[in-house]
Design a protein around this ligand. Structure first.
Ligand code: SF4
Length: 336
């Protein structure tokens, strides 16, 4: 999945997270929820990889496993060549300096009892950046100004800010240590469309300035069109299509990607467009359908789909898809 000649900053291989279903007085394990079921992705320095799928597709769980906010069941995660899953608590803390997170809900992710200055300064305090508190306060003021907030925000509390301003505070905290990768979990989903654009512009500016890479998790392809360099589409715990933004938006191969694209509203109602409405709900990851996991909702399902699981194959350089209808692999590459 890597463009030739480039070294990934983050390599994720066959990542799995299965949660036990417990039943009865003895809490015996009666089954498994396969939230993430064999995800492999690379992220390169300074790029944005968008991870897109409906709610329940496993993308947030995948992000949490990569950050080790949750221990994966299996798989490998390497950051800058280091095996993240093998790190002890102290080395993991040190590594976190380079690997930060922005959460979806700017209302819940900021401690309401802490002043904004303390929230943004906290990572600098933990990693003992600067010579003293006065220096860290000066850095905090600079960070707040960089994300478009007045330095007076230092003394105020999160509830005194709007949703968009709170997400700017979250961004200021995430960039405080100049990380190399930020995992942004639905960072604009709870914001109005106009505010979404402002936060995305801010993230793009910071990427240009610091060269930070993003794993941008979203349920909506429309949101990632401006920010993504590459897009990975996830369905029921697996990647079903991965490619450059141009390829995914102009030449989507997987019927699920096409349905997600067709769900994007068109601003001009006179421009008609072919539209596929996805049938039914996302099946339970505790009992994924056999064969192609999408076959119960696929508008073009055909005979082998219910029994044969299509592998993720490279259809054109850098463009991968898992569907029996797509042409064979370019160069014979395939992923689990
Ligand atoms: Fe649809 Fe079959 Fe392709 Fe799955 S393999 S996406 S069911 S056509």
């Amino acid at each position: 999945m890597s463009p030739p000649g480039r070294q990934p900053l983050l390599e994720v291989r066959d990542l799995r997270k299965h949660f036990p279903i417990r039943r009865g007085l003895l809490s015996r394990v009666s089954g498994w929820v396969r939230a993430v079921d064999g995800v492999s992705i690379d992220i390169f320095p300074g790029e944005t990889l968008a991870l897109v799928g409906e709610s329940g597709s496993g993308k947030t769980t995948a992000g949490r496993c990569i950050l080790r906010l949750m221990e994966p069941t299996a798989g490998a995660v390497r950051f800058d060549g280091q095996d993240l899953l093998a790190l002890g608590p102290r080395d993991l803390r040190r590594m976190r300096r380079h690997l930060q997170v922005i959460f979806q809900d700017p209302y819940a992710s900021l401690n309401p009892r802490m002043r904004v200055g303390t929230i943004v300064r906290e990572p600098l305090d933990i990693h003992r950046v600067g010579r003293n508190r006065a220096e860290r306060d000066a850095m905090t003021r600079g960070l707040l100004e960089r994300v478009g907030l007045d330095a007076s925000a230092m003394r105020r509390y999160p509830h005194e800010f709007s949703g968009g301003q709170r997400q700017r505070i979250g961004v200021a905290r995430a960039i405080a240590l100049r990380p190399r990768l930020i995992i942004a979990d639905e960072p604009v989903s709870s914001l109005d469309v106009s505010v979404q654009a402002q936060v995305i512009n801010l993230m793009l500016d910071l990427q240009e300035e610091y060269g930070v890479a993003y794993l941008f998790i979203a349920h909506d392809l429309a949101v990632v069109e401006r920010i993504a360099d590459r897009v990975a589409v996830m369905y029921l715990g697996r990647i079903v299509e991965l490619g450059t933004r141009q390829e995914i938006f102009k030449n989507p191969l997987h019927p699920y990607t096409r349905a997600l694209l067709q769900a994007i509203p068109i601003p001009d109602p006179t421009r008609a467009r072919e539209r596929t409405v996805l049938r039914g709900e996302l099946p339970s990851p505790a009992a994924p359908p056999p064969g192609c996991r999408f076959h119960t909702r696929c508008p073009v399902v055909f005979e082998p789909c219910a029994t044969l699981d299509p592998p993720l194959v490279e259809v054109a350089p850098g463009h991968w898809a898992a569907c029996h209808l797509v042409p064979g692999p370019a160069g014979g590459a395939s992923r689990p």
